[in-house]
Design a protein around this ligand. Structure first.
Ligand code: NAP
Length: 342
């Protein structure tokens, strides 16, 4: 039985929202770090959850780039869930906008863990992006499928900087955990989909799915394949990684893999012509040609389109007892929410 006081960094986030709900429903006291505790607009969704649940939530101001705030929030907590990290694909300055908050943030949180003896376990939100850089890389992996043993070795500041930020942050976490008495468990989800606690979420997940349904891809979609997983299952994985004594190491958390066009096909029976859904795949050469205008890197197109993206999710099923919602349900529920904001 773990202490009923836990800390969640980045509690306002898309992934964190459902984790907060789960913890509140299980009667935990949550020390939630947020950048702006005065942002009532953002916090209203978490406050509404707390009102209806046996648990409670207290907010602490903390920015990933500064160490202040984390210690106060961490005192008395046995578990730390470190979810905060920017998930943005288009950035002006990858170092400042992605790498620094991911890497310095992980360092600030985990160095604080070393100063707070009550903390026994850290559950870190990493990503499949720390395992696979580009789909092409999977071809070189044993059995052409990625497992927790693999690391992303191809992303850089110039190519796939978000994936690079997640790789650097997770590597740093394992380095800081070495020889310490607290346990580190990482959750490595693929693309997270499904309705948010905050319906106006700013996570890249919202932007990606919005593009699929708002007409931006009406002429066709790139034949890009992704792993995907429901946000509620990702929250459940974090919870299980915290309460399962034997949980150990990294966990790939991914339900299914699909092409963009397959997602559109899953949406057609429910939404029909009410959404401007794509009906065809665009040839790779055309996507490559127009990529910069669409804010995509040509190197990303070259190394991903036409390559199968495969992960082995058996460790999470076996050790955390994970089972997954079907993508067809998650995507429909997500789009029902996103449709309201179009
Ligand atoms: P999100 O909704 O944008 O959440 C990101 C969180 O990080 C927000 O709470 C944000 O706080 C916080 N944050 C960003 N920069 C910060 C800073 N400088 N200081 C303090 N907090 C900061 O995105 P998400 O999708 O839920 O992502 C949450 C985690 O899941 C990230 O670690 C991400 O890499 C990981 N992940 C996401 C996916 C996915 O498909 N969504 C897949 C794999 C892994 P504010 O509210 O103050 O901005």
């Amino acid at each position: 039985m773990v202490s009923k006081t836990v800390m969640v960094t980045g509690a306002t986030g898309y992934v964190a929202g459902w984790l907060v709900k789960k913890l509140l429903d299980e009667a935990y006291t949550i020390h939630a770090t947020v950048r702006d505790p005065g942002d009532k607009q953002k916090l209203q969704y978490l406050d509404a959850l707390a009102e209806k649940a046996p648990g409670s939530i207290r907010y602490f101001k903390a920015d990933l780039l500064k160490k202040d705030g984390f210690k106060e929030a961490m005192e008395g907590c046995e578990i730390v869930f470190h979810t905060a990290s920017p998930f943005i694909n288009k950035v002006d300055d990858p170092q400042k906008d992605l790498i620094d908050p991911a890497l310095i943030g992980t360092r600030n949180v985990l160095e604080t863990v070393n100063e707070v003896p009550s903390v026994k376990r850290v559950v870190l939100t990493s990503s499949c992006a720390a395992i696979i850089g580009d789909a092409r890389d999977v071809l070189k992996m044993p059995g052409q499928i990625a497992t927790e043993a693999n690391w992303n070795e191809t992303s850089s500041l110039e190519h796939q900087p978000y994936s690079y930020s997640k790789t650097l942050a997770e590597r740093e976490a394992w380095k800081l955990n070495k020889g310490k008495s607290w346990k580190l468990v990482t959750i490595n989800p693929s693309l997270v989909i499904g309705p948010g606690i905050n319906p106006k979420g700013t996570s890249e997940s919202f932007k990606i799915v919005k593009q699929l349904v708002d007409g931006s891809m009406k002429a066709g979609v790139p034949a890009l394949e992704f792993g995907m997983v429901d946000v509620r299952d990702v929250a459940e994985a974090h919870y299980r990684a915290a309460i399962t004594e034997e949980a150990e190491g990294r966990y790939i958390i991914s339900a299914e893999h699909h092409l963009f066009l397959e997602l559109a096909d899953m949406l057609r029976p429910t939404f029909g012509d009410s959404l401007k859904l794509p009906k065809r795949k665009l040839p790779k050469w055309l996507v490559w040609l127009v990529a910069p205008a669409a804010g995509l890197q040509r190197s990303m197109i070259s190394r991903n389109i036409g390559y199968p993206w495969r992960v082995d999710n058996s460790k999470g099923k076996k050790e955390l007892g994970m089972h997954y919602r079907p993508t067809s349900e998650s995507i429909v529920e997500f789009v029902e929410q996103i449709k309201e904001t179009l």
